[in-house]
Design a protein around this ligand. Structure first.
Ligand code: SF4
Ligand code: SF4
Length: 197
């Protein structure tokens, strides 16, 4: 289950020549339009060495992330279903001065897979574009949108969904598609000798 954001503001020292699209409607329109090409590119990435792809993704995502202000976006906190784990629930209950039982009763429900998730979307702790439980936010909120994590190739389905939600993912994926290191004839990404998963 995937969740929401870290509190990121643009890095003033970040490259200024990075053209970033943040309008959610435009992103959704383009993500829909690009979906066939995105699927094809994802299939191509699966033929490459995952560690080489990770190195390129981490570099590109870091540049894009530095240019985006999450506090002006909060799309993930509005759009995604949040699934805190047991420890997250315990911390959130303590933060909101409730018992775990009362917290679950007030804020959570079981989803169709039997996971406990926040019953409300947007997230009940989002107020004026800010996370009101920031220091106690669930672990997955801290990790979203996961582009600094290993095994990008192993999580392409998740990324293809997040292209529709998160400007960081959308802009990173667009750059990856035109990155010369990820072209079919580039030796940089370390093509595999065997068919990909
Ligand atoms: S807990 Fe905070 S960071 Fe996580 S979805 Fe809710 S508002 Fe966003
Ligand atoms: S959707 Fe992406 S860009 Fe927007 S707040 Fe969440 S992590 Fe940041």
């Amino acid at each position: 289950m995937e969740t929401a954001r870290a509190r990121r503001r643009p890095d003033p020292s970040a490259a200024t020549d990075v053209e970033i699209l943040i309008d959610p409607k435009k992103i959704e329109t383009l993500a829909q339009k690009n979906s066939f090409a995105d699927q094809a590119f994802a299939s191509f990435l699966k033929t490459l060495d995952p560690k080489s792809v990770d190195a390129i993704v981490h570099e590109v995502a870091a540049t894009v992330t530095a240019a985006i202000d999450c506090t002006a976006c909060a799309k993930c906190c509005r759009a995604l279903v949040i699934a805190p784990d047991y420890k997250d629930v315990s911390e959130l209950a303590s933060r909101t001065e409730m018992t775990t039982q009362d917290f679950k009763k007030k804020y959570m429900r079981l989803d169709t897979e039997g996971d406990l998730v926040f019953r409300q979307r947007p997230c009940p702790f989002l107020a004026s574009q800010r996370c009101t439980v920031y220091e106690s936010r669930p672990k997955l909120c801290r990790s979203y949108p996961y582009l600094d994590q290993p095994d990008f190739v192993g999580h392409l389905n998740r990324t293809l969904r997040n292209v529709h939600v998160c400007p960081i993912v959308f802009n990173t994926f667009e750059r990856l598609k035109s990155d010369p290191r990820l072209k079919r004839d580039s030796p940089k990404a370390g093509h595999r000798d065997v068919p990909a998963r």
